[in-house]
Design a protein around this ligand. Structure first.
Ligand code: AMP
Ligand code: GLY
Length: 442
């Protein structure tokens, strides 16, 4: 029986623990439509303060299963008008794109007097521009790989200087496809041709970066001006194939636990990476509010930053959210107003494992319209929808990453077994799932 994925959001607001700042009928609008937003909306809905939640653009699953309200809008302008008209109290940026559209979602919210959990346009450059982020890290002496910015192929070749492996990064949003770790000249020339000559992602500069070696870890902080709270760390599995083989994807799964990084490592990460980043954001007047994602490589010389993202990770969010309890809605509301209140959240000590079911052809393409079976059989895991659509009573594939199946346990093994057992109950033609999610250690 699908108890875990029944709608949980009460449209009627029944507030416990309200305060002058957090009124009794808070309305939240989440921006995004994927599995990450599904997980965020579930967590916001499970908040002790029981907000009324809306989602733009949302998905059938977010609206139908979670009961999040629909938003009558089609772009940033109409979203702003709708939020003002609907009396939205808090906007939560799930995905990043609107943060850097036009003036930026958070800037527009500020003008409209709506608190926004997500950074202003300038702060969102931490993700939108890799060169901006690299200069930020260099300016604030935050450990990262050496890099140089290049305008064209000739400058890139000069910066690579025949040293391989090298890492090439397109300086802009490229739907996760703008980075190539190139083992040799052939791979580098292929990427340069596609990105800097054919301009697959449009105009933009390129970063040639030192190739770092080591296990990767995703660290998330909730940032509100000078204050921050580090959330449960996670590790995502980016490659399509088992053993981390094959092309990169949006993420084929994730494991989250406080135990992923011991106290010594977390202290180092906090002191050398998180604290100086938050201090740098303040010093540069970026007025950052929202989740900040640190993609780290644990190198032999210590943790170094690969990238910042100005949002939660996907699928890390789906793994982390079930470990969070308390009042996420009120936490984001207060944080967006500049009052970070860590006491509003608590984190469970256990493990959480998220298995992604991807459609046939992913990541090169994605097949749609395969009927999904077995959703009702899932009893001990959460189901978050990413690329699905409903026709009649049936759910069908409608994107590359289709579903996230997330289970928890006191031990890693317990969470791994449960997540895979539950995920195996859900089937559709051409379904792809990695069997080593959570199992493959660093
Ligand atoms: P990104 O799109 O920035 O998340 O990068 C995608 C992946 O490329 C990362 O998860 C890493 O596995 C790899 N990568 C990025 N930068 C580096 C680097 N400097 N050294 C080695 N691998 C990297
Ligand atoms: N999991 C990687 C990302 O969200 O970018």
């Amino acid at each position: 029986m699908g108890v875990e994925w029944q709608g949980r959001i009460s449209i009627v607001s029944l507030v416990k623990g309200s305060s002058l700042l957090y009124s009794s009928d808070v309305k939240i609008c989440v921006v995004g439509k994927g599995g990450r937003e599904h997980a965020l909306i579930r967590a916001l809905g499970e908040s002790a303060s029981q907000p009324e939640v809306f989602c733009f653009p949302g998905s059938e699953a977010i609206h139908e299963i979670e009961g999040a309200g629909k938003v009558e809008a089609h772009d940033l302008d109409s979203l702003m008008s709708w939020m003002t008209m609907a009396g939205i109290d808090l906007c939560v940026a799930g995905e990043e794109s609107y943060l850097v559209t036009g003036e930026g979602l958070a800037n527009r919210c500020e003008n409209a007097g709506i608190p926004c959990w997500g950074p202003p346009f300038a702060g969102a450059q931490m993700e939108a521009s890799k060169e901006f982020a690299k200069e930020f890290m260099q300016r604030h002496e935050i450990p990262t790989g050496a890099a140089s910015g290049c305008a064209d192929v000739e400058e890139a070749r000069a910066a690579i200087a025949g040293k391989y492996p090298t890492v090439l990064k397109f300086d802009g949003l490229a739907a996760g496809k703008g980075v190539a770790v190139c083992p040799d000249e052939v791979a580098a020339e292929e990427f340069l041709q596609e990105v800097m000559v054919e301009r697959r992602f449009g105009p933009g500069r390129l970063l040639v970066e030192e190739c770092l070696i080591g296990p990767e870890i995703s660290i998330f902080a909730a940032v509100s001006g000078p204050e921050y709270l580090i959330l449960t760390p996670a590790r995502d599995y980016k490659r399509i194939g088992e053993g981390d083989e094959g092309p990169n994807t949006g993420g084929m799964g994730a494991v989250a636990s406080r135990q992923l990084a011991d106290a010594g490592l977390m202290k180092k990460i906090e002191e050398e990476i998180v604290a100086p980043t938050v201090a740098g954001l303040e010093k540069d007047g970026l007025n950052y509010k929202g989740f900040l994602y640190f993609g780290l490589m644990l190198t032999a010389d210590g943790p170094k930053i690969i990238e910042y993202n100005c949002r939660f990770g996907d699928p890390e969010c789906q793994a982390v959210m079930p470990l969070v309890s308390g009042d996420l809605a009120r936490f984001c509301f207060e944080g967006a107003k500049g009052n970070l209140k860590p006491d509003l959240l608590s984190f469970s000590e256990g493990w959480s494992v998220c298995c992604i079911l991807a459609s046939a052809g992913y990541p090169e393409s994605s097949r749609v319209d395969d009927v999904i079976s077995g959703l009702d059989e899932v009893s001990e895991a959460r189901i978050y929808h990413a690329g699905t659509k409903k026709v009649g009573d049936d759910w069908f594939t409608n994107g590359g990453r289709v579903l996230a199946i997330v289970a928890g346990g006191e031990t890693r093994e317990e969470a791994v077994v449960k997540a895979h057992d539950e995920a195996a109950k859900v089937t559709f033609d051409g379904s792809q799932r990695r069997n080593d999610i959570g199992r493959l250690h660093f």
